[in-house]
Design a protein around this ligand. Structure first.
Ligand SMILES: C[S@@+](CC[C@H](N)C(=O)[O-])C[C@H]1O[C@@H](n2cnc3c(N)ncnc32)[C@H](O)[C@@H]1O
Length: 455
């Protein structure tokens, strides 16, 4: 019954036409026959499920290798001459990081880590973070905020979106895009009584936490606060737990929100918490995407800060431009609430924020004038035999990478900054005037980077 409810809103992310049916092997498209696995009880509905799985698996491996290096660094420092208190702190961190790695490995077991063998340096070179700013632990702190620090922040968030929604919203079938570890989706499901709530994200770490906690399990994971209050706060093992198990009708789906595996007009409400300014797509296209998911008259509830900081300058929108785009993409006059709320206030940290967030609720009045583009990757990235375009950005990066590689190769334990600068000038990579100070700046950065923690 529960799965049938979910099936009623799903659509194949590959052919984008037919519905999906749950079989023993996973979700299968009734049109194109594409198959999608269920990983750790969560439907894995990416257009290319195996390649997406391999990418998250690589990120997990990179994370574990980074933790391992961190532990080795801590152990090496422990062997030096240090005070008793420093020893206590480093021991705490080393033990916690080792245990942290074991816990993450267990939680993410469905990614099948044994299937990858990439080395640490290759991960660094390829920056195994896709999209490049979305790693497994990017929003790690959110899961402690969601399920461990108490209710103040979560209550403020759900109260704010309920106040923006007023009594206009039909929550009947609700989609939460970029749901993270799921607290807001859970609170909406428990407090606003939709029949069906689907929480979507593409980060399996957050989704597996959401799955366990919303089912009523308690999960223990470390927090490493950025400004620990006391020595013991440098690594805190916290219990993540929901106020009560979620009621029926709540589903978690792993998918890309830019290729959301749902039927057109499947939902009465779409919620986008802290999402619209971090997706790798311009806001107008994303708004058209939300529009397509809503039935006519359905409501879009957005919540978060509006910190558009990616892409062309013209796309780094102001509040006013954002509102204009909402109206241009088929939505009515939004109800808007702005409020300052606490944000990421860990009890173990001296760091805490106050964010003046905005929540809006707007109804779909028309279809969007242009349908959202299909797919997010250009053809030359998908098709291995197409030429890779030599864009201006690539040209600049190629020169920068050449200089970087050249300088790194010059470090042999004997050459001085002057020697290296001379060779750069000989190779015509830099002028005589700039070479020496450029090499110094480069080496300062490299030595600073190597002192930073890699985790
Ligand atoms: C800023 S976090 C907000 C998380 C959660 N809504 C909250 O308030 O704690 C953005 C979330 O969007 C997810 N996300 C970003 N791009 C996505 C995409 N293309 N598809 C699915 N999820 C995405 C991230 O994994 C992350 O959980």
């Amino acid at each position: 019954m529960d799965q049938a409810d979910l099936a009623s809103v799903l659509r194949c992310p590959r052919c984008r036409r037919a519905s999906l049916s749950l079989q023993r092997a996973g979700w299968i498209c009734v049109g194109c026959n594409a198959g999608y696995p269920v990983l750790g009880d969560i439907p894995w509905l990416f257009a290319d499920p195996q390649s997406t799985l391999a990418q998250w698996r690589e990120r997990l491996q990179f994370l574990l290798l980074s933790i391992d290096r961190e532990v080795r660094t801590l152990r090496a420092e422990l062997a030096g001459s240090i005070t008793a208190l420093t020893r206590q702190r480093l021991e705490l961190l080393a033990t916690a990081q080792e245990d942290h790695a074991r816990r993450l490995t267990r939680l993410l077991a469905p990614l099948d880590l044994a299937a990858t063998h990439t080395g640490y340096e290759t991960h660094l070179a390829l920056r195994t973070r896709l999209p490049s700013d979305q790693g497994l632990t990017n929003y790690y702190v959110n899961l402690h905020r969601d399920w461990a620090w108490g209710n103040a922040e979560n209550d403020a968030s759900v109260a704010l979106i309920r106040s923006a929604a007023g009594d206009h919203t039909h929550w009947a079938s609700t989609l939460v895009l970029g749901a993270g570890s799921g607290r807001l989706a859970y609170d909406v499901h428990m407090q606003c009584a939709p029949r069906l709530t689907v929480a979507v994200d593409f980060n399996p770490l957050l989704l597996f936490v959401a799955r366990d906690v919303t089912r009523g399990r308690s999960l223990e994971l470390y927090e490493f606060p950025i400004a620990p209050r006391r020595l013991a706060d440098h690594a805190v093992l916290r219990s993540l737990v929901a106020p009560q198990p979620v009621r029926a009708g709540f589903h978690i789906v792993a998918a890309d929100v830019l290729r959301a595996p749902f039927a057109t007009e499947a939902f009465d409400t779409v919620v986008t918490p802290w999402l619209i300014d971090i997706v790798s797509e311009d806001f107008a296209s994303f708004a058209a995407r939300v529009n397509a998911l809503l039935r006519p008259g359905g409501s879009w509830i957005n919540f978060g800060s509006l910190a558009f900081s990616q892409g062309a300058r013209a796309l780094r929108l102001s509040f006013e431009e954002t509102l204009e785009i909402i109206r241009r993409t088929g939505f009515g006059q939004p109800a808007i609430v702005e409020q300052s709320i606490p944000y990421m206030c860990s009890p173990g940290s001296r760091h805490a924020r106050l964010e003046t967030v905005v929540a809006w609720c707007t109804r779909k009045e028309d279809g969007a004038p242009t349908a959202p583009a299909e797919g997010t990757l250009p053809e030359w990235l998908v098709m291995s035999d197409r030429p890779v375009p030599q864009t201006e950005d690539f040209k600049v990066q190629a020169v920068a990478t050449r200089i970087h590689a050249f300088l790194m190769a010059l470090i042999d334990g004997r050459r001085s900054i002057q020697d290296m600068a001379r060779m750069l000038v000989e190779q015509r990579l830099m002028s005589e005037e700039e070479a020496e100070s450029a090499v110094r700046r480069f080496l300062i950065r490299m030595s600073e980077d190597s002192r930073k923690s890699g985790v």
